[in-house]
Design a protein around this ligand. Sequence first.
Ligand SMILES: Nc1ncnc2c1ncn2[C@@H]1O[C@H](COP(=O)(O)OP(=O)(O)OP(=O)(O)O)[C@@H](O)[C@H]1O
Ligand SMILES: [Mg+2]
Length: 309
Amino acid sequence: MVIICPHCQKEHSIDENRLPANVVKVRCKYCKEQFDITRPKATPASRNMPAAEEKKNEPRRIAVTLSKGGVGKTTTAVNLAAGLALAGFKVLLVDTDTQGQSSFMLGLKPKAGLTEFVNNELSLDEIIIPARDRLWLLAGGKSLAGLKRVIDRKDFGGEMTLREKLTAFDSKFDYVIVDTSPGWDPLIVNVLFYVKEVLTPVSLEVMTLQGLVEFLKSMSSIQKYNKDVALKYILPTFHDQRVKKSNGILSKLEELYGNHVCTPIRYNVRLSEAPAYGQTIYEFAPGSPGAQDYRELIRKVTNNPKLFT
Ligand SMILES: Nc1ncnc2c1ncn2[C@@H]1O[C@H](COP(=O)(O)OP(=O)(O)OP(=O)(O)O)[C@@H](O)[C@H]1O
Ligand SMILES: [Mg+2]
């Protein structure tokens, strides 16, 4: 984990596994200030899925999607889902990408996932993996290529495959967050027939406005058939205030999409380091700008400005 000295703001990398359990204070090696440390809780995630009767309402179903690759979709899906779980909500993270990066980012190696779920190959308890307290994962991965073929071969209603399967039990959760692959394929169409809200991360590093416009065109072709789905959040990512272009794209986004635009996620190297440790940003570097920005996103999504304060 990375901790930041509250006095001089310098960062320290610490392997929490080698830190004796009774250590609660550390001394900054730069300014020598002593300060308290808070460790990520190592409580094992509860294995049991929430019971159906615990919740009766529909969950909020949010897809994190944009056809362009590398804009921060998976980073956002994982840290949005984990942050909502930390805030006390029951969350299911569904990975619909053949790259299976969501599992990797959470430090999990599931043997089964969405493909087995849709094909009824295993029981739900074997497929829905407990990832953290109140957070469950329905994993993606290479086998999804086969699932896409199954969807393609259906003569009728292929686009409703995910919706039919997931709505059968998703009322156990408060939120279902769906990570998608780059590009446009039958699985993404399926996702857009399942979710009601769309969150699109837009990288401020490269010119992705054109990508956003193209994606919104494709989405409007789905909206003709699924009136329930709507673009809810545009999340600027890789924001670097020192770079003029970054601020320029941000102003343009705000001008075009107003209230839909969320507070940007800054470029933060901790966000790119955390996956190698199988940790969310709140576990790996809780005081980092990346963790602060994702907490701000959770406040916007839950419409609760007091969360985590
Ligand atoms: N705000 C950020 N600052 C620095 N690095 C980041 C940030 N957000 C994401 N990254 C890193 O950028 C890379 C791409 O991010 P990510 O995998 O989330 O994008 P993606 O849109 O899911 O990509 P793909 O389209 O391939 O699925 C990853 O290495 C990730 O760790
Ligand atoms: Mg991804």
